[in-house]
Write a new protein. Structure first.
Length: 324
């Protein structure tokens, strides 16, 4: 037993070193503004701090200006390169709103920033419709999505391993992904990428590397692979954040599919470095994207047999937090 346990530790160490090396290669610890993707993740981190500042009811208009200047430097880099990413565009919009609503706090900095914006050599197209910042919502608007019976929604979702043969159409897939994009993420960085296929040959190729689909993998019409982009993470203490954000996105995708009547099965990707590398060799997963998990999906049959896995009682998983 001790030998087996030691072998497990060695495998764990191999996995840790593999993921650490990937984090070193791909993460944004250098704060590069020349790489459009890394710059965009920096931009959203900064402009979201300005959004949070704007959302406070008792805000100090003198604060946040260092972040506004840092965001201006990124917007200028995008303008000089004449290549605006999504968050570059949103960042410029937020910056302008922040200046407009906080100008009284630091008028001299506000004036300088407005002048720099006016002199940008290139601007994003106003027709993109990309806008960040803040807006007002009433209590009624916040409650508009409240479910009459949340228990019916959540408790009616079961893992399914056999489906109708027809694939879930692209429009339903796109709708589910669009709903999933409301998932929270650290600093709203949205460092995700979802890969999808309904091609049986691609499905079979990827599932040969996934442990846990024996007996039903060939009956899955649609396969999703959820990943997180390491380029989004900057500080050393964020080395686990991609797993957290990616896991939250995967759960949102499962429930988005469920809301559209599509059944799903979560497929674990706790795999060896060798299998992770092999998957990247056979399908087009970018090297900076960490694979979080796979999800099989499809339409449920008219009658389905599902596992009724009992749930632990709330008393075992919930405690009131108190000081020691």
């Amino acid at each position: 037993m001790k030998v087996r346990g030691f072998g497990r530790l060695l495998k764990a160490a191999n996995g840790f070193l593999y993921h650490f090396s990937r984090y070193c290669r791909h993460s944004n610890w250098m704060d590069s503004a020349s790489d459009v993707e890394r710059r965009n993740y920096q931009a959203v981190k900064i402009y979201h701090s300005l959004e949070k500042s704007l959302s406070f009811s008792n805000r100090n208009p003198s604060s946040g200006w260092a972040n506004a200047q840092a965001l201006m430097r990124l917007v200028s880099a995008a303008s000089n390169a004449k290549r605006f990413g999504f968050h570059d565009k949103a960042g410029l919009h937020v910056l302008q709103q922040f200046i407009s609503e906080s100008e009284s706090g630091r008028p001299e900095i506000a004036s300088t920033l407005k002048d720099q914006i006016e002199k940008l050599p290139a601007r994003p197209s106003s027709s993109d419709g990309i806008a960040g910042g803040v807006k007002q919502l009433t209590d009624a608007e916040m409650r508009r999505g409240t479910l009459d019976s949340p228990e019916e929604f959540f408790l009616s979702r079961f893992t399914l391993r056999e489906f109708k043969p027809q694939v879930v159409s692209d429009d339903i897939v796109q709708r589910a992904v669009s709903l999933t994009m409301k998932t929270p993420s650290v600093c709203n960085r949205q460092a995700w990428h979802i890969y999808h296929t309904s091609d049986p040959s691609v499905r079979d190729a990827v599932l040969t590397l996934q442990s846990g689909n024996r007996g039903f993998g060939d009956k899955i019409p649609n396969i999703f692979i959820v990943t997180a982009d390491l380029k989004a993470f900057m500080q050393g203490e964020e080395h686990y954040q991609h797993w957290i954000d990616g896991g939250m996105l995967a759960m949102s995708l499962v429930y988005s599919l469920h809301s559209l009547g599509v059944a799903s099965c979560c497929l674990n990707w706790s795999q060896t470095p060798a299998r992770d590398k092999r998957l990247r060799e056979i399908v087009n997963i970018r090297d900076s994207h960490s694979i979080i998990m796979m999800i099989g999906a499809g339409w449920p049959s008219d009658n389905n047999t599902v596992c009724v896995s009992p749930r632990r009682p709330v008393s075992e998983v919930f405690s009131n937090l108190v000081k020691n």
